[in-house]
Design a protein around this ligand. Structure first.
Ligand code: ADP
Ligand code: ZN
Ligand code: ZN
Length: 739
């Protein structure tokens, strides 16, 4: 009797699976797809993933090596995740080993046992801790400790370490300090059912408005079959409340709900709201976790202990014991698309997963992607709208500020400054958005024209004045600022353009008595600094907020009544056809941070192109009208969603070789490219990055199946021709950026 062949996905960049014999002494009948297998690979031993048992092999059976050991009895990934990964591997045409590795926590990839986690013990405040809290002086110099103690004082049943994370950053270190002082203690968790009632009693029921009721009823009526619901509603219209009600309904059926949010949208406020409302442990999956925390959360999801799972992009692969509902919040957000390696789109995979599982998926956004709007119009998705802010109040009016020929003080026009003064004088808060961190995007020599060019990229190095560094935001290269021009020695070096650091400096001069909060990746690098900033904003110590994207998403600042967008022009004429869609989404997102019913906000957009038609439509008629106009343009130009694209990217130290590879790929494509348009090869918009030249070949088809039928044949041929090893290449299906 011949033994079966193990078809293994091995974490390698090769576009194939690898065949092995079962390990000695293993009864292959017991093997289920999805178990991890330790196998020799080249000179190493690595952990692979069993995809199937085959009867034959294309290799010489005498040369097959046996696997060393099978690591799991039960599959590490449930059958439905395997099905999703198989689908994704074929659709994205990506090497199977990397696809399957994406779905497993690092520790499991390294071969650790997938034992179910303990239910974590709880932290409780001790009587000594209560005394310390009462004695204000004891904690005067330790605000973070006080914050944690105050929080624990509100949780008589205790709180998990994970649940305390949103309260203060570095919470584990602070807990340890409190524990050393005897102010907190670790106690065994109560029985699961007790924990459930304890937290369920915290929920305060709201009376839903009519639009919310309709939306919830529509999804709740179809909980046991596949359907895609596009929940469109401006910020503050009650989308999160709709998610929570639906999750509660699914949990009540004994099933689980998986919520995806953008990395930056996973704010402490959102997590706190989920914890407060939903019974039982919540599994949280995001990139800030340690490998151990990630594995624990993952196992809690797989065992069904966690009833709701909330996570960023890769959480779409989370194993669920009894899935009942998928939700993608801010579904238009670009962070759902992985931008290197296995370039999947988590929102699109959520739709596939829901289909495979026969459950509904809710895609929510104030500014849905044009793809999703088109799907709603064509009837593939069901549109649910929440047209009004909860408690009334209209969304802030948006005004365009024409800054042509206007004097600008560090990028700020006089009318904007005047409005800021007005709002600040009333004791309100002002938010300024500028999507560029650092002091200035380029340093320039007035004597000879030298520019702070990066040596490795077709890009300028950004001046970070406080740190006295020039930093390339594309490759990370970093060097000290010379006091004199490296070319001519002149000291007349001038920073050109605005960054958040420069804006902050200018505003300190302009508004010396107002507390300013700058929120960008530089100012929030230190752990805990973001939380401190948010606290100071919410208690009104800081009333002038400046920031990048980080300020634009997730947070809500009810006392902000004026929002200024310093520079809208970058987005208007970008090289990418999606630039205007992104700009519109960003503008509304920033606008959505502001105001509440009794204090409506205003949004001012500074631009040199006040007559730009899309900007006009957006500000005068709102996002749906903008989306309709933008979709009409796309249809006219035969661009997505009215065409399907794939991008073959290549990069090499030598620009000729990247292009040569793409030319050869094009030659292979031409005879089989029925119904396709081939564009390029062409250099990427930023051709050189981190010392490598980048180019691409764009493939486009009017029908998706034409594109994929072609790709199935072409990708095999590409691998078969043994491409130049000096060229790194990758296929990007449904690319969302062409750089
Ligand atoms: P979104 O997710 O669309 O921004 P939220 O669900 O966060 O909106 O709702 C905005 C605010 O209104 C939240 O503070 C929420 O608690 C509150 N809210 C939502 N629905 C209702 C309701 N039906 N009645 C009263 N308050 C509500
Ligand atoms: Zn010079
Ligand atoms: Zn660089």
């Amino acid at each position: 009797m011949t033994s079966p062949i193990l078809r293994i996905a091995v974490p390698s960049p090769l576009y194939q699976t690898f065949d092995y014999l079962p390990p000695p002494g293993c009864d292959p009948v017991t093997l289920q797809p999805g178990v991890r297998v330790r196998v020799p690979f080249g000179r190493r031993v690595i952990v692979g993933f069993l995809l199937e048992l085959g009867a034959d092999t294309t290799l010489d059976p005498a040369l097959l090596r046996p696997a060393e050991a099978v690591l799991d009895v039960e599959p590490a990934l449930p059958a439905d995740v395997l099905a999703l990964l198989n689908w994704a591997q074929r659709y994205y045409h990506h090497p199977p080993g990397e696809v399957f590795a994406t779905a497993l926590p690092v520790l499991l990839r390294q071969g650790e046992a997938a034992a179910p986690p303990r239910i974590p013990p709880l932290w409780r405040i001790t009587p000594a801790g209560c005394a310390a809290l009462a004695d204000r002086s004891a904690l005067r110099r330790a605000p973070a400790q006080r914050l944690l103690l105050e929080h624990l004082a509100q949780c008589p049943e205790g709180a998990e370490t994970e649940a305390l994370r949103p309260v203060v950053h570095a919470s584990t270190a602070i807990l340890r300090a409190l524990h050393d002082k005897g102010w907190v203690a670790l106690v065994a968790p109560p029985l699961h059912s007790e924990a459930v009632t304890a937290s369920a009693s915290l929920a305060q029921p709201l009376t839903l408005n009519a639009a919310q009721t309709t939306a919830i009823a529509a999804v709740a009526a179809e909980l046991d079959r596949f359907g895609v619901f596009l929940l469109e509603g401006i910020t503050g219209s009650g989308k999160t409340e709709v998610y929570l009600r639906l999750i509660e309904a699914v949990l009540a059926q004994g099933r689980q709900a998986l919520v995806l949010t953008p990395e930056i949208g996973l704010t402490p406020q959102l997590l706190a709201r989920f914890r407060e409302r939903l019974p039982g442990p919540l599994a949280v999956l995001h990139s800030g976790l340690s490998d151990r925390e990630r594995l624990n959360a993952w196992l809690l999801a797989r065992s069904g202990t966690a009833r709701a799972i909330i996570g960023t992009r890769s959480a779409i692969f989370a194993p669920l014991q009894s899935p009942g509902l998928l939700i993608v919040d801010e579904e238009h957000d670009a962070s759902f698309k992985q931008q290197d390696g296995f370039r999947y789109h988590a929102r699109d995979l959520a739709v596939v997963r829901a289909h495979q599982l026969g459950i509904p998926v809710v895609l929510g956004s104030a500014t849905p992607a044009l793809e999703s709007i088109n799907n709603a119009q064509s009837g593939r998705y069901r549109l649910l709208s929440l047209p009004e802010r909860v408690g009334g109040g209209s969304p802030p009016p948006i005004e365009i500020l024409d800054v042509r020929r206007q004097p600008l003080t560090e990028g700020l026009s006089l009318p904007l400054l005047a409005r800021m003064r007005l709002h600040l004088a009333r004791g309100e808060q002002v938010l300024l958005f500028l999507n560029r961190r650092g002091f200035a995007p380029v340093l320039f020599c007035h004597e000879c024209g030298w520019l702070s060019q990066c040596q490795h990229c077709d890009a300028r190095m950004t001046l970070h004045l406080r740190r006295q560094r020039l930093i390339c935001h594309h490759c990370g290269d970093d060097r000290a600022v010379d006091p004199a021009c490296p070319l001519c020695g002149s000291v007349d070096l001038r920073p050109i353009g605005q960054g958040t650091e420069r804006l902050e400096t200018a505003l300190r001069r302009e508004f010396p008595t107002v507390g300013i909060a700058r929120m960008d990746r530089d100012s929030t690098r230190r752990r805990g600094s973001l939380e401190t900033l948010l606290t100071e904003i919410h208690n009104g110590d800081r009333r002038l907020l400046i920031g990048t994207q980080m300020l634009a998403k997730g947070h809500h600042f009810p006392d902000v009544t004026l929002v200024g967008i310093i520079d809208a022009d970058q987005g208007l004429y970008g090289v990418d056809f999606r630039a205007s869609e992104r700009l519109a989404q960003l503008i509304l997102q920033v606008a959505g941070r502001a105001g509440r019913a009794d204090k409506p906000g205003t949004v001012l957009i500074q631009t040199h192109h006040p007559d730009h038609p899309l900007l006009h439509t957006l500000t005068s008629q709102g996002y749906p009208a903008f989306a309709a106009a933008a979709l009409a343009e796309r249809r006219e130009a035969l661009l997505p969603p009215f065409a399907y694209q794939a991008l073959l990217r290549a990069e090499a130290v030598d620009s000729e070789r990247a292009i040569a590879f793409l030319k050869a790929a094009r030659a292979l494509a031409e005879p089989i490219a029925d119904g396709l348009e081939l564009l390029g090869p062409a250099p990427a918009p930023m051709e050189r990055r981190a010392g490598r030249y980048r180019a691409h070949l764009l493939l486009q088809a009017a029908r998706r199946q034409d594109l994929h039928r072609f790709l199935d044949r072409w990708i095999d041929q590409l691998w078969a021709q043994r491409p130049d090893r000096a060229v790194r290449w990758a296929l990007d299906i449904d690319p969302i950026a062409l750089y």
